[in-house]
Write a protein that binds this ligand. Structure first.
Ligand SMILES: [Fe+2]
Length: 370
């Protein structure tokens, strides 16, 4: 890597930070500190965690420097501090929090200036700029989590208009595409940035199947609700005339039947698929079909798969990113939502959550055997 790629990293770090600060620009300190939901952190925690993760990896680990606030980092450890407890922690707030974000960034850029980022750099964290890619992805992913919470903030007015765009209409909800059976390649190759859980690349044998070309739309979901008595998605309310509105950020908009359904749990997604005479795709089917003609990037899509390691999995750079979540408790989501940075969306990316969760921007797409 050359000096220009260091410049490129610095520029991308600045872009990510600009997005983070834009998200909170319309908010006051009281709103940043407020706990809106036991399953979402107060925004002040997310902000401090973004800065602390950066300090831990880019300043302390890579730069060998001492942290700015002693062992404050333990309050920003996502595993040690469950979301429901984060509002009570002695974390940085208000002006101190803003100063911490800026001070860490200044030190990050100073460290970046003095390191070797060549592809034969000895430290695997630096090879191909891995640790910087990880940091960028981390900040982008926390922006999406912050947007989940911002749905609950009455009167929130996004600075950037695309922070509010729900999704593109899904024109042909029922159309399915066939995918041939046989060997399919799954996972990220050795080159480029990917998380440990996307590796190693391997082949799987799949039976032939077909899969919806587009995510399930609101109109179909309303039919499912009417015929089964299923609960409406999170944030839906009756409009008083037999229809539905979506009430988020304190504003109600009519539910558009052509748009993908969003904010449903895995259990609801699974029930919808069965009702439709289909099933959820496995994550392997999803990734195999991705090479075809799926329309993506509107909603995260629940799959039927548990979050499990691929063959030859090795935790890198730390087991708390994915390894501690492996098992049958979490279901895999694929794709990416309107709130996901395009820098994060890639065919091999695996997201995961508990099957009862609805606060994430998740919908579904159905599959069936051929
Ligand atoms: Fe994080």
């Amino acid at each position: 890597m050359t000096a220009s790629s260091k410049d490129a990293i610095a520029e991308r770090l600045a872009e990510a930070r600009e997005r983070t600060l834009e998200l909170i620009e319309p908010l006051d300190d009281r709103q940043l500190n407020r706990v809106y939901s036991p399953i979402l952190s107060p925004l002040a925690w997310d902000l401090g965690h973004i800065a602390n993760f950066e300090e831990l990896w880019l300043v302390q680990t890579i730069g060998g420097r001492e942290p700015l606030h002693g062992d404050l980092g333990r309050f920003y450890d996502a595993i040690e501090n469950p979301r429901r407890t984060r509002g009570e922690l002695p974390i940085l707030r208000d002006a101190e929090l803003r100063a911490y974000l800026a001070d860490v960034r200044e030190r990050t850029l100073d460290v970046l200036d003095g390191i070797d980022l060549s592809d034969d750099a000895e430290d695997p964290l630096l090879q191909g700029g891995f640790v910087y890619e990880m940091l960028l992805a981390h900040e982008h992913q926390h922006n999406e989590t912050m947007l989940q919470l911002l749905q609950m903030v009455d009167g929130y007015e996004p600075v950037r208009v695309d922070a509010e765009v729900a999704a593109e209409p899904a024109p042909d909800g029922a159309e399915m595409v066939a995918v041939e059976g046989g060997e399919h390649t799954i996972g990220a190759g050795p080159e480029g940035f990917a998380y440990d859980n996307e590796r190693s690349r391997h082949t799987v044998a799949l039976a032939p199947f077909e899969i919806d070309r587009t995510p399930v739309a609101n109109g179909a979901y309303v039919q499912f609700m009417e015929s089964t008595g299923a609960e409406p998605p999170m944030y839906w309310e009756h409009d008083g005339e037999g229809g539905w509105v979506r009430n988020a950020m304190g504003r109600a908009h009519p539910v558009d039947p052509a748009y993908p359904v969003i904010h449903v749990s895995w259990h609801e997604a699974d029930a919808f698929a069965r009702w439709a005479g289909k099933r959820l795709p496995t994550e392997q089917e999803w990734e195999a079909a991705r090479a075809g003609v799926l329309m993506l990037g509107q909603v995260w899509e629940w799959t039927s798969s548990d979050f499990l390691p691929y063959p030859g999995f090795e935790a890198f750079p730390y087991p708390e990113y994915s390894e501690v979540f492996f098992g049958d408790e979490h279901k895999v989501l694929r794709g990416g939502s309107w709130a996901t940075s395009r820098d994060v969306i890639r065919p091999s990316f695996r997201n995961w959550d508990l099957p009862e969760r609805r606060q994430i921007f998740a919908g579904l797409r159905c599959a069936r055997d051929l």
